[in-house]
Design a protein around this ligand. Sequence first.
Ligand SMILES: [Zn+2]
Length: 314
Amino acid sequence: MVPGARMLLSGLTALAVTMAHASNLAAPLAMQQLAPGVWVHQGAQQAWMEARADDVANLAFVVGERCVAVIDSGGSPAVGQRLRAAVAQVTPLPVCYVISTHAHPDHVLGLGAFAASGAAAPQFVAHIRFAAAVAARQRSWGNALLRDGGISLPPQELAAITLPVSGEVEIDLGNRLLALRAWPTAHTDSDLTVLDRQTRSLFLGDLVFVGHMPVLDGKLKGWLAVMDELQRLDVGFAIPGHGAASRDWPAMLVPQRRYLEALQQDVRKALRDRRSLAQTVQDASLPPASTWLLAEHFHRRNLTAAYAELEWED
Ligand SMILES: [Zn+2]
C-alpha cells in the first residue's frame, strides 16, 4: 500500500468512528439566544403526538455564572436528550435546576434526560400540585406515546420534584436570580412562571398561547384573573408555551383574552338558554382557521371544560 493510501484509509476510519459516535448522541435542538444567557427553542405548532410530533412546546434555558436552569424538557425522552445536548453546546456549566412550568406531557416527558446520580443531580422544580397531577396522568401519557409514536417511556420518576413551589421562590444560578411564582388554577392547576431578573425575560408556560389555540385544562375564570395580574408585570421578553416570543407585552395577551372572554360569554348564554352540553358543543362553530391554529383539536374541548365549570356558578 502506498503511503498516501494508508493516510486516506486511516482518515476514513477516523471519520467512521466519529460518525458512529455522533449517531449515539442526540442532535442538539436549535436554540435562539433572545437576550444574554437566555436561550429559547420554539416547538412546532402541532398537537402533541399528532403525526408523531413530540417537539411541540417551547423549551428554554438560562445560563448563570455557576450553573444552568432548564425551563421545560419536551414531549418525549428524545427531545429531553436533544435539549441537554443543546445546553452542552452552549456552556460547560452543569444544569442545577430543571423547572417544569406545568403538568402537560409536551412540556415534561423529557425530564428523565436530566436525572443524574449523586452530587451532580439537579434540583427538579415545579408547582406544589405538579407531582399529584403527573402521578395521575403519567400512565395515560405513556400509553399515548407508545400508541401514537412507538416510543416507550422508560420507568422514571417524572413526579419526583425536589423543590415544590407555592407562592414565590427565588433561585440563584450564580449572580443570576430567577423568580418563580406558583399561580392559582388557570391553564392547569400547576402553572408556574419564571422571571429572569437580569433581562426581565418572563417564561409563561401555557399561561399564554400565541398562534396555537389556548387549551383550557384548569379554570376559565381563574385563567382570566391570572392574566389580569400578568399584564401588570414589567416584562422585557415574554416567552409563551407555544408560538413566538416577543417584547410586545402586554399586547401579546390580547388575542388570548378575546378568545377566552368569548368562550365565557358563549357558554353563559347557552346555560341561560338552557341548552345541554351536547347541544352546545354540537352547535358550536369553529373560529376562523386564520385566527387560531389547531382550533379543530381544542375548541369543542374548551367549550366542554368551560360548560362544566360555569354550570355551577352563582
Ligand atoms: Zn399545557
